[in-house]
Design a protein around this ligand. Structure first.
Ligand SMILES: [Zn+2]
Length: 845
């Protein structure tokens, strides 16, 4: 379309310079109303259509579908720059790739590129779908850049390549707009939606920037960021209504120490530039230097990849419904003039159009800054990477051992690093490092490489600083979680090496896991395999699904000279088994060994589990993550709703029900119909509590995750107490850290674990057990492995996971986020084992 129009385009330049531009549709031509009108929002389809039309009609805009979203919708990016730059996109892309890896160019070549290159800006709109203003604004921004010809716009177009993602979460935009339209004109107009605005992770889609579990994170990182290496990334959000009108950086302490200090300065510089521009335009209520820190890479991939990640947060309305706020209803920290907010807002009406205006001004300020300081941005980008590749200070490298308890999870961890651009080498000979000998095949992550800092922050243990406003002041508590050490979260063995060493090694493409094996056998009783990896569990799921008889050994047993520990999995031979095992080992790293005779031992006979996962109408992210993890590991399940539980007779449909991390009161009472339509209001009610109790007494199993243990403890008077429940934050606070635990590997829930392990701890209980089996507990010393802890003594010898018999059934309290954001691969198995353990029967084999 575009190329065919070149002739006509030139013609029109000569004779009718306005003709082509008049063909560029305005947003209202496509969506039918002006961007930002009260009670009007464009949905995902309209926004995609607008951008496609813009791409077809403007020589300054290229629209690309990067891929499909979680729910199969188009995920698009618009590349906006001058007509001339559009013809040289590949050249500028190449420039960026070279500046990002100074090993490939000389300083002289770099200087030429810096003179000739363009500043790359990425604007990411409405990652949180209900914060919808930026997605609407994006159309107006794109239209103006496509059509305006004033010197300021030209300056931007000539010096900047803008990568505009109009919707980071298109699925969510559609859901939120559908919900809004459905409730327009009712008392629920602009109110909350009873489900997550991302199929699995809701608001947590902005906590996925190092683990890349979700499709949209992968598309952004692999399809946009790693292709273009932007210097400037703007993430446009909204916040509550009663604070400032917009937050911009500087962020507050602490910055995570692996972030280059240049970026920290640039973040502050860009933030205050936006603040200045908005204030000069008379836009009141701009605040900076408050609230948000830059500690977790979960929100800031870019800070480890040479770019600044700016966050803007504009005050919300009720989606598109205007609100009125009186001055005395505003938060205390925004009403008085201060260095953080030199021009306070006076209150009054606040509309979607105001949000669009603030977002638009912020975007234009960023583009103006990028255009005018183009050379500084490119030069600093180069300097940051140059520092990274010439790094001298220890550590020299991290080693990832090939002899792992769970090798396929170790491979997953390496793949995560590789998606983040980290180079992984494999030793082609054995070698010495820091006084130890390592075999051929050991994986090596050198720190002196472009994204060595990204690798380092994910591989090392975090030490969160103690921050006080003044000496003797109370400790400042962190804004977000503070630990992200992947080897601890995933149960992978790594070694830090401080001193340089030399070894012949080869750079790997995507690390692949090895294939599993099936031992040959003449007439076996069956096959056995280990219980130590997550792949082992997937193999179990597949065999159960196919109807095989599968067991867990309930005691150690010998085969030849080797002892197989309790938990070893056994499948009884049946025609077709070997073929099925062969097909399993094609994609799972599982080693099936033949078992010639029946072992004379006690076993747990496993059954296909009718699994339910409680889904409340509070849009629980924990429920979403649980769903995601269950699906990844091939557990069939059904969602269980309030009405199902109120109806009762649960044993007919379920063997095991999981309750995700929800408060007791939320489960029982739900949300009032003041806030949500009646069909979604209320909880399981007292009758539901009774039905759950009956379900367990009749042999069902209830598994509660993290703080949800409060529900059975309180409602069923369990002989278990949460010892840290009443402690205030000053005494006891763990904001999201990794802790050491002691594990009883003879309990079926802990089969396959070692005696010591690591768990993620966040808003979690700690149990004192009067009756029941403590499966996982805290040591009698400080358990902190990574992050921050205050009041560690309150955890000493307390339980983290308890198996409580109840009637003919079981209540399993998993007192920590066992599936934490799809990252805690090292503890998933506690959940998986609990599911099978529920209905399993202990018997003689
Ligand atoms: Zn947000």
């Amino acid at each position: 379309m575009k190329k065919a129009n070149v002739g006509m385009f030139l013609l029109s330049l000569l004779f009718l310079s306005n003709f082509v531009f008049s063909q560029v549709p305005k947003p209202e031509d496509i969506i039918g109303f002006k961007v930002g009108e009260d009670r009007k929002v464009a949905d995902m389809h309209q926004i995609v259509e607008y951008f496609n039309r813009l791409g077809e009609s403007s020589e300054r805009v290229t629209v690309k579908e990067v891929g499909k979203t979680t729910m199969g919708n188009p995920f698009i990016v618009a590349i906006i720059t001058s007509e001339q730059n559009q013809n040289n996109l590949e050249k500028y892309q190449k420039y960026q790739q070279l500046l990002a890896d100074p090993r490939k160019i000389t300083d002289v070549e770099a200087e030429k590129i810096i003179n000739d290159g363009k500043a790359i800006v990425m604007i990411n709109c409405s990652i949180h779908a209900s914060e919808i203003g930026a997605s609407q604004m994006s159309m107006e921004l794109a239209y103006n850049l496509a059509t305006k010809n004033d010197p300021d716009t030209k300056e931007i177009l000539n010096n900047v390549i803008l990568l505009l993602v109009p919707m980071h979460n298109p699925d969510g935009i559609q859901m939120v707009v559908d919900w809004y339209k459905k409730n327009l004109g009712t008392r629920y107009e602009g109110g909350r939606m009873p489900w997550l605005y991302h199929k699995y992770v809701g608001h947590d889609n902005n906590r996925d920037w190092y683990m890349f579990t979700q499709v949209e994170s992968r598309l952004t990182v692999e399809g946009i960021h790693n292709v273009w290496h932007p210097q400037i990334i703007v993430d446009m959000h909204q916040m509550g209504s009663r604070g400032a009108r917009i937050f911009v950086p500087p962020f507050v302490d602490p910055y995570e120490p692996n972030i280059d200090p240049i970026l920290e300065q640039e973040v502050g510089m860009m933030g205050t530039f936006i603040a200045t521009e908005l204030t000069a335009q008379g836009k009141a209520g701009v605040i900076h230097s408050t609230g948000f820190d830059a500690w977790t890479p979960a929100r800031a991939y870019h800070h480890y990849h040479g770019g600044i990640r700016i966050l803007t947060e504009v005050a919300s309305v009720k989606l598109a419904t205007p609100i009125e706020i009186k001055f005395d209803e505003l938060a205390k920290n925004v009403i008085q003039r201060s260095v953080k907010i030199p021009l306070p807002w006076k209150g009054g009406k606040w509309t979607l159009r105001d949000i669009v205006d603030y977002d638009y001004s912020a975007a234009m300020a960023v583009l103006t800054n990028a255009a005018r300081l183009r050379k500084n941005w490119l030069n600093n980008f180069y300097v940051i990477h140059k520092k990274a590749v010439t790094r001298k200070e220890p550590p020299f490298s991290y080693l990832i051992l090939k002899n792992q308890r769970d090798l396929s999870t170790a491979v997953k961890m390496m793949n995560v690093l590789q998606i983040g651009g980290v180079e992984i080498n494999k030793a082609e000979e054995s070698f010495w490092a820091d006084g130890s000998r390592y075999p051929e095949g050991t994986y090596i992550v050198y720190m002196a490489q472009p994204y060595g800092g990204f690798a380092k922050t994910l591989l090392e243990r975090q030490v969160y600083p103690e921050i006080r406003d003044y000496p003797g002041a109370p400790l400042k508590t962190p804004y977000d979680v503070v630990a992200h050490t992947l080897p601890l979260l995933m149960g992978v063995d790594v070694v830090k090496v401080d001193s340089p060493f030399v070894v012949k090694s080869v750079l790997l493409n995507r690390v692949k896991k090895p294939k599993g094996t099936v031992e040959y056998a003449e007439h076996p009783f069956g096959y056995m395999w280990s219980h130590s990896t997550n792949d082992d569990i997937v193999a179990l799921n597949r065999l159960i699904k196919k109807g095989y008889e599968v067991y867990w050994a309930a005691e150690d047993f010998k085969k030849g000279d080797s002892v197989n520990p309790a938990g070893t999995m056994i499948v009884k031979f049946k025609y077709g088994l070997v073929d099925d095992l062969q097909s399993i080992v094609k994609d799972l790293y599982v080693n099936f060994k033949e078992l010639d005779n029946k072992p004379e031992i006690k076993v747990y006979e496993l059954k296909p589990v009718k699994l339910g996962l409680y889904k409340s109408w509070t849009a629980s992210m924990d429920e979403g993550w649980t769903r995601w993890v269950l699906e990844q590991y091939e557990f069939p399940y059904r969602s269980v709703y309030n009405k199902d539980i109120r109806k009762g007779n649960l044993n007919q449909n379920f063997d095991v029900i999981i309750f995700p991390d929800l408060r007791d009161i939320t489960i029982v009472n739900g949300i009032s119909d003041k806030f949500i339509p009646p069909e979604y209001s209320g909880g399981i009610g007292e009758v539901g509590v009774k039905n759950i109790k009956e379900f367990i007494e009749k042999g069902g199993s209830l598994i509660t995750l993290n703080s949800c243990s409060e529900f059975p403890i309180k409602r069923f008077y369990l002989p278990v107490e949460n010892s840290v429940r009443r402690l205030n934050r000053k005494k006891f606070f763990i904001p999201g850290s990794i802790l050491k635990v002691l594990i009883d590997p003879n309990h079926p829930i802990a089969y396959g674990f070692k005696r010591e392990g690591a768990i993620f701890y966040r808003r979690s209980p700690a149990f004192t057990v009067r009756k029941g089996k403590s499966v996982v507990k805290y040591p009698v010393h400080n358990p902190l492995l990574s992050g921050w802890i205050n009041g560690d003594n309150y955890l000493y010898n307390k339980s983290a996971l308890v198996d409580v018999p109840f009637g003919d059934g079981k209540i399993i309290l998993i007192g920590f986020p066992v599936q934490y954001r799809g990252q805690a691969h090292g503890t998933f198995k506690f959940l998986f084992n609990s599911i099978y353990y529920g209905p399993a029967e202990l018997k003689k084999m």
